[in-house]
Design a protein around this ligand. Structure first.
Ligand code: PGA
Length: 255
């Protein structure tokens, strides 16, 4: 039985700490009453402490959007897993925007995932093909490479707390969401890779769908056998929309 994990990726929003706190309080109200769902909000690093306070030790979990893999050192502007472990339970690793704008390579993603697990953080490892890769018919190849690289540094997958997010890059922020069927095809491929790497641990890992997930399409994803939640961008900034996605996950319950 996998408990669905719904994570809100706030990206570089909202602009002020007071708004981050209000948003977290609104999500907390819903999350605290949904025991069947693991709810996570991932604010900008600078708001983690405020959001953690707002979460108040209830059911709402806090996640970071990225981190470095080293403990300390000369890495200007970076945050280490040890620092995050004080403030967050989850961390998104390898989001396509970081792969695109911050040179986050497969190799770095692998180091970061291993470092997160080593510090007791649950990594949300994000993978997904671009529009060009999809047109070229190389989706399966890209997913295979990205997943194996992301998990390459993990000894065992079982009990690692790992979450994998399948986010087709062409679906992120575009309104052009993947169909439930297409998302399931890739999620099943990811599950098969997990099984290949750790037959005993593969079924523990929640696999999320991400990319223009809204209250209108969320249930379609959650009904798929290998999809156990969502990584939500735009809709996670709207408390009512995010609440509706959380309720859709709660209704369908654990896979
Ligand atoms: P979106 O973003 O829901 O706005 O498409 C998803 C993500 O980037 O994680």
């Amino acid at each position: 039985m996998r408990i669905p994990v719904i994570a809100g990726n706030w990206k570089m929003n909202p602009p002020r700490p007071s708004e981050a706190t209000s948003l977290a309080l609104a999500v907390r109200e819903v999350a605290d009453n949904l025991p069947g769902v693991t709810t996570v909000v991932c604010p900008p690093t600078v708001f983690l402490a405020d959001v953690r306070r707002a979460a108040g030790g209830g059911r709402l979990h806090v996640g970071a959007q990225t981190m470095h893999w080293e403990e300390t050192g000369a890495f200007t502007g970076e945050t280490s897993p040890a620092m995050l472990a004080e403030l967050a339970g989850f961390v998104i690793i390898g989001h396509s925007e970081r792969r695109q704008y911050d040179n986050e390579t497969d190799e770095k993603v692998g180091r970061k995932v291993a470092a997160a697990v080593g510090h007791g953080l649950r990594p949300i490892a994000a993978v997904g093909e671009t529009a060009e890769e999809r047109r070229a018919g190389s989706t399966a190849e890209v997913i295979d490479r990205q997943v194996r690289a992301a998990l390459g540094g993990l000894g065992r997958i079982g009990a690692s707390g790992l979450v994998v997010a399948y986010e087709p890059v062409w679906a992120i922020g575009t309104g052009d969401a993947a169909s439930g069927e297409d998302a399931q095809t890739v999620a099943a491929q990811i599950r098969a890779i997990l099984r290949d790497l750790d037959p005993g641990g593969a079924d523990e890992v929640p696999i999320q769908y991400g990319g223009s997930c809204t209250p209108d399409n969320a249930a379609e994803y959650f009904a798929q056998p290998d999809i156990d939640g969502a990584l939500v961008g735009g809709a996670s900034l709207k408390p009512d929309a995010f609440a509706a996605i959380l309720r859709a996950a709660a209704e369908l319950g654990p896979a």
